[in-house]
Design a protein around this ligand. Structure first.
Ligand code: GLT
Ligand code: MN
Ligand code: MN
Length: 412
């Protein structure tokens, strides 16, 4: 092939996207509770060892492009859209106004707002720092986000504590720090109750998000399980208002099984919001788009969520790779992520309706013929053949993943 001149590259990408086929229409995409974060689309590719590769993008562009794709919901940090120095000031009001107009114009809804408590230098010692002034500032920030959320009609507030941890041991006292962090959440919930009452709106669902390794060396609430223990520990004044926003990759990063982490959240009645993406175990937060690394595991995750009637948002919290251009973010990155999610969701429906999987799981639950249940050898023998079904179910899931259950075959 001849070198491709710059002027022809976008057309090439678009031709090959069409050739891929299988794209859902924007109308179909809008039927799912999928949200697109401002920060994901506006991510410029920068990191500790990476200079940006893309130009900045504002909320007007992101909202317009999400609308074209068929992403029905938009999520944001306070400082993704409001400069830190404008927070709580008149300028905030006019920005929020512009956001509201832009959402309305393009038929999107704001489903979630979150407070940035990790980036600015003020959070160097975390939002639950020893200094009462920092903690008061943190309370102001989360209360302000609650107000922005109500203003924009959001239902959820997310909290990723980020810098809640330390580099050098013994520098922070963990129990004290956790209580101080609870103070910020309590301030948010109490303020929410007052604002919701005034605005005749339901209170927001406040969702904690854990990440195991970054950006501190040691993290005080590294997993969704740690968050659950924190919610039920007695330090929150409104534990009923606080649930979880697990992120798929964050559970995988520490070596956990995301599906099991989600199951524990479901048991506790706290699975309210879900950040969807992909990546690798025991690596940093690579935030790859859903289904590109672990499609079989993702299929299983969605089987669990479908079978438990999860009806919260699926938030596309991933980072378009640095190799993707500004136009590629909206031409390739987001539509393909949405479409893989929808396909996996529909395939999870196939799994739940599959007669072979049903037969196998029914048989496993029925168990073997009656024997003396105090006799380990007899109980084992009664199930020896039946248990081969575990692997058969695994194989069937693979078949469903590749479409073999619908007749797709390979031959030599
Ligand atoms: C940050 C983090 C994400 C969180 C965002 C919400 S901030 O990008 O890595 O996982 O969901 O605060
Ligand atoms: Mn996330
Ligand atoms: Mn992440």
């Amino acid at each position: 092939m001849k070198p491709v001149p710059s002027s022809k590259q976008q057309a090439l990408v678009s031709r090959l996207m069409k050739a891929c086929g299988g794209a859902y229409s924007p109308e179909t995409r809008r039927k799912y509770y999928i949200s697109g974060p401002q920060w994901a689309a506006a991510y410029q590719g920068q990191a500790l060892f990476h200079a940006p590769t893309r130009q900045p993008v504002g909320f007007e562009d992101v909202i317009r492009e999400y609308a074209k794709i068929g992403i029905g919901y938009w999520t944001t940090h306070d400082t993704d859209v409001i400069p830190t120095e404008a927070l709580g000031k008149d300028e905030q009001g006019s920005i929020v106004d512009r956001i509201g107009k832009s959402l309305k114009k393009h038929g999107l809804k704001c489903s979630m707002v979150t407070t940035e408590t990790f980036f600015h230098a003020v959070w160097a010692a975390s939002p639950a720092a020893e200094s009462p002034q920092v903690r008061e500032y943190a309370a102001f920030r989360v209360k302000n986000t609650v107000e922005v959320g109500h203003e924009l009609g959001a239902q959820f507030a997310v909290y990723w504590p980020g810098s809640l941890g330390y580099y050098t041991q013994g520098a922070v006292e963990e129990t004290e720090t956790l209580k101080w962090y609870a103070g910020a959440l309590n301030a948010a919930c109490e303020h929410d109750i007052a604002v919701a009452k005034k605005k005749h709106r339901p209170t927001l669902k406040h969702c904690l998000e854990a990440k195991p390794f970054e950006p501190q060396a040691e993290i005080l609430l590294p997993t969704s399980d740690a968050m659950l223990a924190f919610i039920f520990s007695g330090v929150l004044t409104h534990p009923e208002m606080v649930g979880l926003n697990p992120e798929y990759l964050h559970e995988l990063m520490w070596g956990g099984a995301p599906r099991a982490a989600l199951a524990r959240a479901l048991l506790a009645g706290k699975l309210w919001h879900f950040d969807i993406n992909d990546g690798y175990r025991l690596k940093h937060d690579v935030d790859i788009a859903v289904g590109l690394v672990n499609p079989l595991d993702w299929l299983n995750v969605l089987v669990l969520l479908r079978s438990h009637n999860y009806n919260g948002p699926f938030n596309l919290d991933y980072k378009p790779p640095r190799t993707t251009s500004n136009s590629g973010v909206f031409a390739v990155s987001f539509p393909t992520a949405v479409d893989r999610f929808i396909t996996l969701w529909e395939m999870a429906g196939d799994v739940l309706a599959d007669p072979i999987i049903k037969d196998a799981t029914d048989a496993l639950k029925a168990g073997g013929e009656p024997v003396d249940v105090r006799d380990a050898e007899a109980v084992t023998a009664a199930h020896r053949e039946l248990l081969s079904l575990h692997e058969l179910v695994g194989h069937r899931l693979f078949q469903i993943l590749i479409g073999a259950h619908r007749g797709r075959t390979y031959s030599v």
